[in-house]
Write a protein that binds this ligand. Structure first.
Ligand code: NAD
Length: 356
């Protein structure tokens, strides 16, 4: 599913120009060639936008998007797309060999709320899948990125702020599998020299529908309020969680992948941009929809949110490889209102404008 329209693509492309500063990070291999990159789980919330950013840096043909989902025509037209099931180790080996892959961006996962609904599948995808890609990266000497999450912390962790290294005793299978991924990657790094890189992302906000996480309300609220002025939030109004706009998230990924190994004091870093509550977001949205009506009906996701960090301490990423966010709550709301309106509420109108 290529879920974004031309308008968003143009806006994103324009904002990708804001990534000029990234040029200095743009990294080539010792051969002088750009890296060949495989993205797994590429048709989720982060994958297609990540492919766009990496293709803008390294060329369309050097970034291969993959998933187990049938792609739309738009996806196929936008660059290389292949089937890759992360549970099929031999299939992954063939892809790496046939396409001479250098970097692996591993996005396949079952997120927090979905994982709780199907624990055996989450164990397979999130744990067995990670074993496969880490072993694959070791065998073929790949640089590998595996995202972790604020969900890798639990009720025993300090929440305001949550430092880079602290107690991690998550209570979801998603969190348990992410701690496992962090430890496996660090172990392979120390034991075999694997170039494993991992960022713990907060809730990532983009206009694309998210994949079943606990922070999804911060996307759904825009779609609902802009369409019919109403939203029922599944978290309490005062639930403080760390968040980040998708462009910051993907820029962090690229800058981190390009950071010289000597600058990395560790292989797993917290990154974030802001923390806010549902009521903070509603207040900002009221500027655009003054008559909006939001009610609160907490469900099982409240328990998950209550065990997660409230303020995420990413000072180590800022110190070691100069991580810096660009989007605060004000800018995020402004961009999301425009994105959702242009691409989901008024797509017809935009098609006419685009044709004109
Ligand atoms: N979106 C966020 O807010 C957020 C926050 C923190 C971390 N992350 C991490 O970033 C990564 C990407 O997140 P997302 O929001 O794009 O997830 P998503 O749920 O939107 O997408 C995950 C993709 O994985 C694919 N997948 C499932 N089983 C697979 C298999 N066997 N083989 C190959 N692919 C398979 C799915 O088809 C889906 O397209 C995940 O690892 C997630 O844990 C996301």
């Amino acid at each position: 599913m290529f879920r974004r329209s031309l308008t968003t693509f143009l806006r994103s492309s324009k904002s990708l120009n804001d990534f000029e500063s990234i040029q200095r990070f743009a990294h080539s291999l010792p051969t002088g060639k750009p890296p060949k990159i495989l993205i797994t789980g590429g048709l989720g919330q982060l994958g297609t936008e990540c492919a766009k950013l990496l293709r803008s840096q390294y060329g369309r043909e050097n970034v291969i998007l993959s998933d187990i989902i049938k792609p739309s025509q738009e996806i196929v037209d936008s660059g290389p797309y292949i089937f890759a099931d992360i549970l099929d180790f031999k299939g992954l080996q063939k892809i790496v060999v046939d396409h001479r892959v250098d970097w692996l961006i591993h996005f396949s996962a079952l997120l927090s709320a979905i994982g709780e609904q199907n624990v055996p599948l989450a164990v397979r995808v999130n744990i067995e899948g990670v074993h496969n890609v880490i072993e694959l990266a070791k065998q073929y000497n790949l640089r590998i990125f595996v995202p972790s999450t604020i969900g890798a912390f639990g009720p025993d962790s300090p929440r305001r702020p949550t430092p880079n290294v602290t107690v991690q005793r998550p209570r979801t299978i998603y969190g348990v599998s992410k701690v496992h991924a962090e430890l496996m990657g660090e172990y392979y790094h120390h034991k075999f020299g694997l170039d494993f890189r991992c960022l713990r992302f907060p809730g990532v906000i983009s206009s694309d529908p998210p994949g079943g996480g606990t922070t999804d309300y911060a996307v759904a609220i825009f779609h609902n309020v802009l369409r019919n002025g109403k939203y029922t939030c599944y978290l309490r109004p005062d639930t403080l969680l760390p968040m980040m706009y998708i462009e910051d998230c993907l820029r962090a990924l690229l800058e981190f992948m390009c950071a010289p190994a000597e600058s990395l004091k560790r292989r797993v870093y917290n990154v974030t941009a802001m923390s806010f509550t549902p009521e903070d977001l509603v207040e900002k949205l009221r500027k655009y929809v003054p008559e909006l009506h939001v009610t609160y009906n907490p469900d099982s996701r409240q328990l998950i949110a209550d065990s997660w960090p409230q303020i995420f301490d990413d000072s180590e990423a800022r110190a070691d490889w100069n991580w810096n966010h660009k989007y605060d709550l004000e800018k995020l709301v402004d961009l999301m209102v425009k994105d959702v309106q242009e691409n989901y509420i008024n797509p017809e109108k935009n098609r006419i404008i685009a044709k004109a």
